[in-house]
Design a protein around this ligand. Structure first.
Ligand code: PLP
Length: 357
C-alpha cells in the first residue's frame, strides 16, 4: 500500500520513540482492549478477551505455527491435509509445503462473472482433509463470503470434523453491499476453529509485525501458544504494539476514507478495462484492494504477460500462477489514482503493441 499510516499511528510511534527504551515488550491490556472494542463496534464480533487472544508477529508465521500445533495433535503418523480454495494467497502454498502438510485444493468456479464455491467438490474434498484454511475475504479473487456461504462452509467442516483456520487479515476491505462476516459470528457450538487478524493490511503497518489469533478452545489456546513459542514468533515489537492501539482506537475515520478511495480505484480500473481494453475481462470484486483481471484472450501465460509488461512498460502486476491458477493478473489498487491511471495508460500502450504484432 502506498499511503502513509494515519496521523494518530505516526504520533503514537513518535511518543514511543521519545520514550527511548526499546527492550522486550509484554503486551499491555490496552492492546487486548483495543482489539476487542474494534471488532465489537465495527464488526459486531463480541467476546474477544485476553483469555482467547494470542499475540504473534504476523499472520503467515502464525499459520505455520498453527499447522504445527494441529499436526502435533493429530500425531506424526500422516501429514496434516489442508483444504483451501484455489486460487489462493501464495503464502498458503508455502506454509503448507514448508510444514510438511498436504494440499487439498478446491478450485473456485466462475459463474455469472464472479467466483463461486463448488459445493459438491468441497463436500467431497472435506472428507479427505483435516483442516480448512479459509481466506475471508478472499485474496486474490476479491470475494467477500456471505453469511450464507460461511454458514454452509461451517456446517460441512463440522460434519466432517475439520478444524477451520480463518485468515481474516483483509476484513477491513469490504465494498458496499458486501459486508464482512467474522467466521466467529457464525460458528455452530462445537466447531473447532481459530481466526487470524491483524491491523497490518488495513492501516499499512505490516512491517511493524503485530498480529492476533483468536482461539476460543482453551486446550488449543495452550497448544497454539506453545507452537508460537517453539517457532519463536511470540516476541512483539514495541512500535507494533502502540501502532495497533492507535489504529483500532483512533484511526477509524482514516480507514473509512481509505476504503472509499480504494473502492473508487476499483471502479476506475473496472470502467477503464471495459471501455479501453475489451480483450481483457475484470470480474466482480467485492472487497480487498486487489483487482483480478483475465488476460486469456492474449493467448499468453500470465507469467509471460507480467514479465513483458514489466520489461516494456515498467508496470508490475502479479501473475496468477503464483496463486495456483492460470490466465489472470492481480493488480494492487492501494495506490494513488494518479499512479493507477499512469499504470493503466501504460498497460493500454502495451496492449496496442500486442494487437499490432
Ligand atoms: C490472506 C493474507 N494473509 C496473510 C498475509 C500476510 O500477513 P502477514 O504480513 O501478517 O504475515 C497476506 C498478505 O498479503 C494476505 O493476503
Amino acid at each position: 500500500m502506498d499511503f502513509k499510516a494515519a496521523k494518530p499511528i505516526r504520533e503514537a510511534m513518535q511518543r514511543r520513540l521519545a520514550h527511548g527504551v526499546f527492550g522486550y515488550s509484554i503486551v499491555p491490556q490496552a492492546n487486548y482492549d483495543a482489539v476487542a472494542s474494534w471488532f465489537e463496534r465495527r464488526h459486531g464480533w463480541k467476546g474477544i478477551t485476553r483469555d482467547n487472544l494470542l499475540y504473534t508477529t504476523a499472520v503467515v508465521p502464525a499459520i505455520s505455527a498453527i499447522f504445527a500445533a494441529l499436526q502435533a495433535r493429530k500425531g506424526k503418523c500422516a501429514p496434516l491435509r489442508i483444504l483451501t480454495f484455489t486460487p489462493a494467497y501464495n503464502c498458503f502454498f508455502s506454509c503448507i509445503e514448508n510444514m510438511g502438510c498436504e494440499l487439498v485444493a478446491s478450485p473456485l468456479v466462475l459463474k455469472d462473472n464472479r467466483f463461486e464455491i463448488n459445493w459438491e467438490d468441497v463436500n467431497a474434498k472435506a472428507r479427505e482433509a483435516d483442516v480448512f484454511l479459509l481466506c475471508n475475504p478472499h485474496n486474490p479473487t476479491g470475494r467477500v463470503w456471505s453469511r450464507n456461504e460461511l454458514e454452509r462452509m461451517a456446517e460441512i467442516m463440522r460434519r466432517e470434523h475439520l478444524f477451520v483456520l480463518s485468515d481474516e487479515i483483509h476484513c477491513e476491505f469490504a465494498f458496499p453491499g458486501h459486508p464482512y462476516t467474522p467466521f466467529a459470528n457464525i460458528v455452530i457450538n462445537d466447531t473447532d476453529f481459530c481466526v487470524c487478524t491483524s491491523a497490518s493490511k488495513a492501516f499499512n503497518i505490516a512491517g511493524l509485525l503485530c498480529a492476533n489469533i483468536f482461539v476460543p478452545n482453551t486446550e488449543l489456546f495452550a497448544q497454539i501458544n506453545h507452537a508460537l513459542e517453539v517457532h519463536e514468533v511470540n516476541g512483539l515489537n514495541p512500535f507494533g504494539l502502540v501502532a495497533q492501539v492507535a489504529a483500532y482506537n483512533e484511526s477509524e475515520t482514516w480507514l473509512d476514507e481509505l476504503n472509499e478511495y480504494v473502492y473508487g480505484n476499483y471502479r476506475y480500473l473496472r470502467d477503464f478495462i471495459r471501455k479501453e481494453l475489451p480483450m481483457l475481462t475484470i470480474h466482480e470484486t467485492e472487497g480487498t484492494y486487489l483487482g483480478w483481471v483475465n488476460i486469456e484472450q492474449t493467448g499468453m501465460t500470465a507469467e509471460d504477460f507480467c514479465r513483458e509488461l514489466a520489461e516494456q512498460a515498467h508496470v508490475l502486476f502479479n501473475p496468477s500462477e503464483m496463486y495456483g491458477s492460470e490466465h489472470y493478473v492481480r493488480i494492487n489498487l492501494a495506490t494513488s489514482r494518479e499512479i493507477l491511471t499512469e499504470a493503466l495508460n501504460r498497460l493500454k500502450g502495451y496492449m496496442k503493441k500486442w494487437e499490432n504484432r
